[in-house]
Write a protein that binds this ligand. Structure first.
Ligand code: PMP
Length: 310
């Protein structure tokens, strides 16, 4: 008799091969302490589930050290402030909990931290007044990367038909748990055989990729959409701007449109997980000569040197 026919109503699902399963033995921070991953469950009345009401950070660990820890915690606090979420932990307690979760999982090399705050359990209505007990969740795990081949050939992107959230609706500077806008653009790119989507604002200005910031090089200058355009103010973006300035390059936060992308000499995306990844094709048009550009490769090297020293 199979499990599915044993008289229980619960259907046993078989996991598709590409489905992700957390590794057994993983310890997750939930609320006030560490629990085994099997017990790391969130109440179905939590507004994080009901409304995507909460915030998060994705953070890298390099050689057992948290990269840009203060910056991530600061952005987390800012996201919380703007969505009127009173976090149950301050910056110091959040840092301590992240390090404790790393230690509990024996992470001494490279890894990834997902820091989350949920709105907490509430009534079925959307009012935050009827919610209580926001939960802090910290997951420390391995990092999922684009394969090495993508860094060599560059990302193939589409310009999505789905616009990035407007700054006056859900400002992308809030790293909220409501990522449906990005999920849909990514799914569109994959359905069309591309790796990634570039999202424009409703005014046609370039914003960012679905989980990474965007840069172009034109006449040797490094240009990136301004923070007013509807982007997450990426921490990797900040590092790359600093590295390019150190190389003596002109770096401008500006407004860009589709045309600027297509005529760029070079293009690349930046993010915590991807670091710097070249973009070599947009809507099947080659960027530059269709290979990762010289300045992009230089910045990729500079980034590795920087993160190994920080
Ligand atoms: N934009 C979006 C929408 C993102 O989700 C991310 C990654 N968290 C980024 C940009 C890159 O930001 P960071 O460099 O801080 O990871």
């Amino acid at each position: 008799m199979t499990t599915a026919t044993m008289g229980t109503k619960r259907k046993v699902e078989t996991m598709p091969e590409n489905a992700f399963a957390p590794h057994p033995g993983l310890k997750v921070w939930l609320g006030e302490g560490l629990v085994p991953v099997e017990e790391a469950v969130i109440n179905v009345f939590d507004h994080a589930l009901l409304y995507g009401d909460g915030i998060f950070e994705g953070i890298r660990i390099y050689r057992g050290r948290i990269f840009k820890e203060q910056e991530h915690v600061q952005r987390f606090l800012e996201s919380a402030k703007v969505i009127r979420l009173n976090l149950p932990m301050d910056a110091e307690q959040l840092s301590r909990a992240m390090h404790e979760t790393m230690r509990a999982n024996g992470v001494t090399g490279d890894g990834y931290i997902r820091l989350i705050a949920t709105r907490g359990v509430g009534a079925l209505g959307i009012s935050i007044r009827r919610t209580a007990n926001p939960s802090i969740v910290i997951i420390v795990d391995k990092i999922a990367l684009y394969p090495a081949e993508v860094y060599e050939r560059g990302l193939h992107c589409i310009i999505s038909a789905i616009n990035r959230n407007h700054v006056n609706s859900l400002n992308p500077r809030i790293k909220s748990l409501n990522y449906l806008n990005n999920v849909l653009a990514k799914a569109e790119a994959q359905a069309l055989g591309a790796d990634e989507a570039i999202m424009l604002g409703i005014d046609g200005h370039v914003c960012e990729c679905t989980g990474d910031n965007l840069f172009v090089i034109r006449r040797g200058e490094l240009l990136t959409p301004g923070r007013w355009e509807g982007i997450l103010e990426g921490i990797t973006r900040g590092v790359v701007m600093e590295l390019a300035r150190k190389r003596g390059m002109t770096v401008l936060e500006t407004s860009l449109v589709r045309h600027d992308l297509l005529i760029a000499e070079e293009c690349f995306a930046t993010g915590t997980a991807a670091e710097i990844v070249p973009i070599t094709e947009i809507n099947k048009i080659l960027i530059g000569d269709g290979k990762p550009g010289r300045i992009t490769r230089q910045l990729m090297e500079d980034f590795v040197t920087y993160r190994n020293a920080n």
